[in-house]
Design a protein around this ligand. Structure first.
Ligand code: NAD
Length: 325
């Protein structure tokens, strides 16, 4: 009896309805980047085999330049080389000492530019402080620039021209498309404005469908380290899609997510838990997955897709170079 009396009290009714809502609310649908990447790699492998056969040519080839012994960079290059093998791209890593000068590195890049057996060149970032990353990225032949970091390629992206586009941006778009998330006229918040990650994501998301790039046609707001937290919350709460690429752990919390929104976590941060290293993203995954409609995990979300898009870019570069000979 007391239970029913309590039910009639507004505050009790409210707390009961929250309880019920909590129990019946479905968790967000997981966007399984690892699975999608695996499926894409199988298709890509077939496409590459066919292209090699039909053109009576060698397989596409990728060279990674790795300066120093940063464990994270070593790991990323290792993943990239494995993926290349998986899809039938020949690959090689050039390991260099951190003491290498900018001139020496430029010389290596120039030799790779001129090497007709190389289709794709990637210089793993970050580089040592005494080497200008911008200079090195600009030294890579734009046609072999599979990371899409050369100014020519960034410029083309900014004017919606088809080109080699940074892999993480391609990965985010591919995940959104394959999850059938509508972007046309929708509100998107991109957290992070770096030239290699946040900016290209934002460029692709608001691209015009009447031009050469995949027109995503969203209304995009870019937030960055100097966006006040309350402004970030204001924009995030109105967003149909939140893409976070900052490396700030727990930047995106449940209170700032619109119910049903799609949340794409690009961030990668290594933290120590009980003496063990764990990789986490920018999003409070557990909390946000109770509110969002779709969510990417970390690891297993954007990461494997980024590597897959690198393989697609390498194949694209090989096709373009072959066509121009
Ligand atoms: N999953 C992948 O495939 C992949 C690929 C590349 C980078 N990453 C990860 O993405 C993250 C970003 O990479 P990056 O190279 O752009 O890093 P970066 O350090 O160059 O840029 C970080 C960005 O975050 C913004 N930022 C910092 N604090 C913020 C805040 N409180 N609110 C909003 N924005 C804030 C900064 O303004 C900056 O634009 C890193 O964690 C990186 O490891 C993941």
């Amino acid at each position: 009896m007391r239970f029913f009396i309590n039910l009639l009290r507004p505050s009790s009714a409210r707390s009961l309805s929250i309880q019920i809502a909590k129990t019946i609310r479905k968790s967000a649908e997981l966007i399984d980047g690892k699975k999608i990447a695996g499926d894409m790699r199988k298709v890509l492998k077939r496409e590459i085999e066919e292209w090699v056969q039909n053109n009576n040519t060698r397989p596409p080839s990728l060279v990674a330049v790795l300066v120093g012994e940063d464990p994270a960079s070593q790991k990323y290059v290792h993943f990239k080389m494995n993926a290349a093998k998986e899809v039938g791209i020949t690959s090689k890593t050039i390991n260099l000492n951190t003491s290498i000068t900018e001139e020496e590195l430029l010389d290596i890049v120039n030799k790779l530019n001129q090497d007709e057996t190389v289709d794709g060149i990637l210089v793993q970032l970050p580089l040592p402080e005494h080497v200008s990353e911008r200079k090195i990225c600009n030294a890579v032949d734009p046609q072999k620039d599979v990371d899409g970091f050369h100014l020519n390629n960034i410029g083309k992206l900014c004017v919606n021209k088809d080109t080699l586009i940074p892999c993480t941006a391609l990965a985010v778009v591919e995940l959104i498309k394959r999850s059938k998330i509508e972007t046309f006229g929708k509100n998107v918040v991109v957290c992070g404005r770096s030239k290699n990650v946040g900016l290209p994501i934002a460029m692709l998301l608001h691209s015009d469908y009447r031009e050469e790039l995949p027109g995503m046609e969203a209304t995009v707001t870019i937030c960055h380290r100097n966006t006040p937290r309350e402004e970030l919350i204001y924009f995030a709460k109105r967003a149909d899609i939140i893409i976070s690429a900052t490396g700030v752990v727990n930047l995106i919390t449940p209170d700032m997510v619109k119910p049903g929104a799609c949340v794409i976590d690009v961030g990668i941060t290594r933290i120590k838990v009980d003496g063990k290293t764990r990789v986490v993203g920018d999003v409070d995954f557990e909390g946000v997955s109770k509110i969002a409609g779709h969510i990417t995990p970390v690891p297993g979300g954007v990461g494997p897709m980024t590597v897959t898009m690198l393989m697609k870019n390498t194949f694209q570069a090989a096709q373009c170079l072959k066509a121009s000979t």
